[in-house]
Design a protein around this ligand. Sequence first.
Ligand SMILES: Nc1ncnc2c1ncn2[C@@H]1O[C@H](COP(=O)(O)OP(=O)(O)OP(=O)(O)O)[C@@H](O)[C@H]1O
Ligand SMILES: [Mg+2]
Length: 307
Amino acid sequence: MINKKMPVFAANQAFFKDATISSVLFTPCKQVLVADTLENSYNETIKSNGGKAVTMKEILISAKNLKKEFCTGETSQTIFENLDIDIYKGDFTIIMGASGAGKSTLMYSLSGMDRPTNGSIVFSDEEITKYNDDELAVFRRKNCGFVFQQIYLLEKMSLMDNVLTAGALCSDNKKEVIERAKELFELVNIPEITQKKFSTQVSGGEAQRAGIVRAVINKPSVVFADEPTGALNSNNSAAVLNVFTKLHREGQSIIMVTHDKKTALRGNRVLYVRDGQIFGDCALGNYVESDNERERKLDEFLTEMGW
Ligand SMILES: Nc1ncnc2c1ncn2[C@@H]1O[C@H](COP(=O)(O)OP(=O)(O)OP(=O)(O)O)[C@@H](O)[C@H]1O
Ligand SMILES: [Mg+2]
């Protein structure tokens, strides 16, 4: 999708050149026809549009006219202003940009962890910008999973108990929660013996993978991840990213902030934050290992963005 205020960049032009249709059409419902190649389509409903196949993506989060200002003492700093962005269901959306550009601030606003100074955010049909703190906390618990660079697991509990404690917040069905936890630990490749260890007794990569299990135990609509591999070595990073790829392939919507190109390649859409705006928006298509074309597209996009 292209933001109306956003300049059209070569990467986007390349995207449209390759596209099945060369226009973006808005429908009256909360779905948008997005020009995309069919092999890139995900979570799609293929509809006929004058004989042409197009991809329909459902808007999951719609932010309009967002402004965020921080006031410290007598000075104020505007991080973003007049920012509009739609996030689609089933997408693995990457947010990139220079340090201090406002990536984390934007992600926290979209997730309801922080409040924008102005503007509206509609998330899963609920206007979360109207909620008070308690309503927002309930909304977040049901709809959002969080993974951070620092891993906040409770040290005096096993990995499994950390996950079950989070699961108990949203479900009374203990048996079902345990079953889901076991399945997820299997998905992230953490064996039973490790599930029983305290977070202080496992590697950084294992702890982060357990953190992901905890983030998705309550089936959130979106997993928000802020530089989740920032503190990991390359092997552990790859294992953690493989988990995100698996979750995405199972239909999980993910929004991830990263500085790392390799990490960004896991997403199917890359947003670039600059000058208080979504400066660029690149449709990459779904992750395929060692896909030179996707890498080339991302490189070209990032160069255009001045990364
Ligand atoms: N609570 C706060 N109070 C005041 N200023 C803040 C606060 N949080 C962030 N900022 C400022 O807002 C700007 C954007 O911060 P943010 O953390 O969103 O950047 P970022 O793009 O995530 O950077 P990085 O890549 O370094 O994590 C920075 O200049 C930062 O100093
Ligand atoms: Mg940040």
